[in-house]
Design a protein around this ligand. Structure first.
Ligand code: RIB
Ligand code: CA
Length: 313
């Protein structure tokens, strides 16, 4: 099997954690490393959480490299009100024995892209794009070496979730997002428009809880904690499972529909900071710079997720 080499850049976060589990359980993917960034919670916690999740998955072979502890040019905004004070509330996992790799996340990304054949490594950002932008600034040569950036972020039809205009990952570091979306690197984005179609309904959570392993019930408990905020906000059965959409796209792209669009990032306006201006109807005449995911086969998504998590310890 030709495995797809990937680096996951993440701010765990319960949905990030489920994405990490899905990647760890999927033999089609070669998980080269996990890089962490400040986002849902501060960097010290996102890094601790990434180590806990990989240990839970039995993947102590995967290096965890800590990255940026703040955005490029604005103060850090975190989301403990959604993810809890630890960022992984819902389950108490043991302290990990998996060490933090000595390399900074940005150095690891640059080094890995330069060592691997050009055009073979996919970057999978699941949080603010600070590490990715810093790597592109420090090593512009990597832009042509990245196979594709497949990220969770942004929104158009759904608007925003942290302001009426902006989704959290882009809002936290708009400048970083602007530099990534203007880098020329092929991009696939999973915005709120698609992630809000994959809801953690009780039936889907029950299927995970019923798995005869440790991971299933843990993932179910994370979802039940994580979804309460969105259930109250949107009045639906379940919350959107954002970040695993990135990994599911890599595994089964046919689960999603998409359109190539021009996407620009608002970085100046206080009112619409972090808005992804997605030219869905091609009214600007500007060239497309991103494949924008729009609809998901939610049942197929959760069937894949449940089947794969069943293979973990
Ligand atoms: O807006 C959803 C995104 O913000 C997800 O990546 C979630 O983990 C948070 O980081
Ligand atoms: Ca995230």
């Amino acid at each position: 099997m030709n495995r797809l080499p990937i680096i996951i850049d993440t701010d765990p976060g319960q949905d990030d954690a489920v994405a990490l589990l899905l990647a760890a359980a999927s033999p089609e993917l070669e998980l080269l490393g996990v890089t962490t960034v400040a986002g849902n919670v501060p960097l010290s916690l996102t890094t601790l959480n990434a180590r806990k999740v990989l240990e839970l998955a039995g993947r102590r072979d995967v290096p965890v490299c800590a990255g940026a502890d703040r955005p490029l040019d604005v103060p850090l905004v975190t989301a403990e009100h959604v993810h809890g004070d630890t960022g992984l509330n819902g389950v108490d996992l043991p302290e990990p024995t998996l060490p933090v790799d000595a390399r900074h996340a940005v150095d690891f990304i640059i080094q890995t892209l330069r060592e691997r054949p050009a055009g073979t490594v996919t970057l999978c950002p699941l949080g603010p794009l600070t590490n990715i932008a810093l790597a592109l600034r420090r090593a512009p040569d990597i832009a042509t070496r990245i196979r594709r950036i497949v990220l969770m972020g942004g929104g158009f039809f759904e608007g925003g979730n942290v302001t009426p205009a902006a989704e959290f990952n882009i809002y936290v570091d708009p400048q970083a997002a602007h530099e990534v979306f203007t880098s020329g690197v092929p991009i696939t984005m999973a915005p709120l428009d698609v992630t809000h179609e994959v809801l953690t309904t009780q039936k889907r959570i029950d299927a995970l809880r019923a798995l005869p392993n440790r991971v299933g019930p843990v993932a179910a408990a994370w979802m039940e904690f994580f979804e309460r905020y969105d259930e109250e906000k949107y009045g639906q059965d379940g919350g959107p499972l954002h970040d695993p959409c990135v990994i599911a796209f890599l595994l089964q792209p046919g689960l999603f529909t998409s359109r190539d669009c021009n996407v620009r990032i608002e970085t100046q306006s206080e009112l619409t900071r972090g808005m992804t201006v997605i030219d869905w109807w091609a009214v600007t005449g500007l060239p497309a710079n991103a494949q924008v995911l729009r609809h998901a086969d939610a049942d197929g998504f959760f069937a894949l997720l449940t089947e794969r998590l069943a293979a973990l310890p």
